[in-house]
Design a binder for this molecule. Structure first.
Ligand SMILES: [Zn+2]
Length: 575
């Protein structure tokens, strides 16, 4: 509008008018004379995960973004009359944790469900289910559980006989903690029509007794036989579960999650919470490839489509089962079961169908996240990814392998060459590490949860938990990656200790690594000017305390988009 150099004639007069008009326009800005921050966090030990400026003392936030990172004096210059200043008391401030693999709504539901994971005996398992059944209204099911029979003596798979006497009119279908096996009571089997005559489905096993009758335990694809009998959660139940999960994540410093295989109804719930301003954790949702690929291709969305709070554009596939259920698919048989190499997942049979789905998703720009645990399953997924790369050239794929647990020597390089992200859950290492070697022997165990080997090969690591399979608490995950001390206390110096990571490497995988895995490394994952102000303040400096104490560290404050979504002190005083 004001093109001063082009003004003809009475330049001085014109200039005066222009200056007057300009001053009117810029008065509000001149009055403040410098930009001021909405929020300053100062007196902090900032670990930025930004290699350009690894540490700092203070940060400034405007709206939902970080605008400056520096010394206390630098940042104080951005203080204005309305700036909220938080003194961090010298505590450690990190980018918020980004959990690259969760089952978020299931996790929320689990917070209210029967807790079986720490039931240390079959008797305790029975007692807790009986108690839950008493509280359960007629028509409802007892679900969840996350039992782990390896904690019992003897470690024997549970059968329906344990629970039938207490659950005659309440159907029970409780899952093993790894999600690859569940136990039904007799009523649940009846409702699903599972009898001695029911054949094992492809990719699944109905566990049977010596007479051929189902024991109640269903493995992998056989778990789905129960699907039609269990009423789906209502909208209200999902909404409540998501709210519980959001509050829980905020309390643990988890500012982003990547929800693997959500139901569409879960995404609808997130969308509703987003509309009401209730999302306090950023979500990237990857529905099952078998359901999600055609729909997402039709809409024409691509990876990481959406807003900073809710994104879609990825699909989750399954290549095999789990080590715990002996359904992870290996080149060689299990060391303690010479006839068993595991189970190739139903989606991989026939392989051509999986390849078609992957090609279609990738060609449309949708990100592929594939569960693969056993070394052969991982190898087959890398083969499939290779086929996709050869066919769909020129796009940035950022393929992911979820879990990437047991890797064949030859395959580490292939991860790096195709930039396949290893989306790993270190807590599994200190959990499964108790018994993994007995199942697969030392040689394979040396390439199990091989985080160090991945980094040595230049592979992108993304950290997560697999909640509700493992605890959501990031401190347990960092502890696991750094110590590799198994939960039974038998490996205090680390199980396969050469695979330990440093605290800095673990934090980076949990922030920048996970951000990269969802195409968001320019938006979050480090404390850098221009990025979203997602941050945590911890009770202790995890870089200097004894690694064994990391698991006790608490989150004092969680910020998402510059807003405090968890305040540990306030929460404690209100109790
Ligand atoms: Zn999972």
């Amino acid at each position: 509008m004001f093109c001063a150099p082009n003004l003809p004639g009475d330049n001085a007069k014109n200039m005066k008018i222009i200056l007057l008009l300009l001053s009117l326009l810029v008065v509000p800005a001149l009055a403040q004379s410098k930009p001021t921050a909405d929020l300053i966090v100062t007196n902090a030990k900032v670990w930025t995960v930004d290699h350009k400026q690894p540490t700092a003392e203070a940060i400034a936030v405007l709206a939902d973004r970080i605008i400056a990172v520096g010394s206390r004096a630098d940042i104080d210059a951005l203080r204005g009359p309305n700036t909220n200043v938080i003194d961090a008391g010298g505590k450690l401030l990190l980018p918020g944790f980004n959990d690259a693999h969760v089952h978020f709504v299931d996790g929320g539901m689990q917070l209210d469900a029967v807790q079986l994971n720490d039931a240390a005996s079959a008797e305790e398992f029975t007692r807790r289910i009986a108690e839950q059944a008493k509280k359960t209204p007629k028509g409802a099911w007892v679900l969840g559980g996350d039992w782990d029979e390896t904690k019992w003596t003897p470690a024997k798979l549970p059968t329906k006989e344990l629970i039938d006497p207490f659950t005659a009119d309440i159907p029970v279908f409780v899952s093993r903690y790894d999600g690859h096996m569940s136990l039904a009571n007799s009523l649940a089997l009846r409702l699903a029509g599972i009898t001695a005559q029911t054949p094992d489905p492809p990719g699944g096993v109905i566990v049977r007794d010596a007479q051929g009758n189902p024991t109640g335990a269903l493995k992998d694809a056989a778990i789905e036989l129960m699907d039609k009998a269990i009423p789906p959660p209502t909208h209200e139940q999902r909404l409540n579960a998501a709210r519980r999960a959001l509050a829980y994540a905020a309390s643990l410093g988890v500012t982003s999650v990547q929800h693997m295989n959500p139901d569409y109804a879960d995404i609808a719930v997130y969308s509703e919470l987003l509309r009401h301003g209730e999302l306090t954790t950023r979500i990237y949702a990857a529905p099952l490839i078998t359901e999600g690929v055609d729909d997402q291709v039709k809409i024409g969305i691509t990876h990481a489509f959406g807003s900073s709070y809710l994104r879609i554009g990825a699909v989750k596939a399954y290549a095999d089962g789990s080590l715990g259920s002996r359904t992870a698919y290996f080149f060689e048989s299990y060391s303690d079961q010479p006839e068993n190499r595991g189970l190739l997942g139903a989606e991989m049979q026939p392989l051509t169908l999986m390849r078609e789905r992957m090609l279609k998703a990738d060609a449309a720009g949708i990100q592929l996240c594939t569960h693969a645990i056993g070394d052969q399953a991982i190898s087959m997924v890398l083969d499939l990814y290779h086929d996709v790369v050869r066919t769909n050239r020129g796009t940035e794929h950022r393929f992911r392998i979820e879990h990437a647990q047991h890797v064949a020597e030859k395959d580490f390089d292939r991860f790096a060459q195709m930039d396949v992200i290893a989306s790993v859950q270190p807590y599994h290492a200190i959990d499964d590490g108790r018994w993994a070697e007995a199942r697969i022997g030392h040689d394979r165990a040396s390439r199990t949860y091989a985080f160090r080997t991945f980094l040595n090969h230049g592979v992108h690591l993304a950290f997560g938990t697999d909640w509700d399979v493992a605890p959501l608490n990031p401190m347990l995950t960092v502890y696991a990656a750094v110590t590799r001390a198994t939960l039974d206390g038998k490996n205090p110096n680390g199980w396969i200790p050469e695979q330990k990571l440093s605290v800095a490497e673990a934090v980076e995988a949990y922030t920048m690594g996970s951000a990269y895995a969802e195409f968001q490394e320019k938006e979050k994952g480090s404390i850098s000017p221009g990025k979203l102000a997602d941050m945590v303040i911890l009770s202790d400096d995890i870089f200097s305390i004894e690694p064994t104490r990391i698991r006790e560290v608490k989150v004092l404050k969680t910020f998402v988009g510059g807003k405090v979504v968890w305040d540990g002190e306030r929460n404690q005083s209100s109790h």
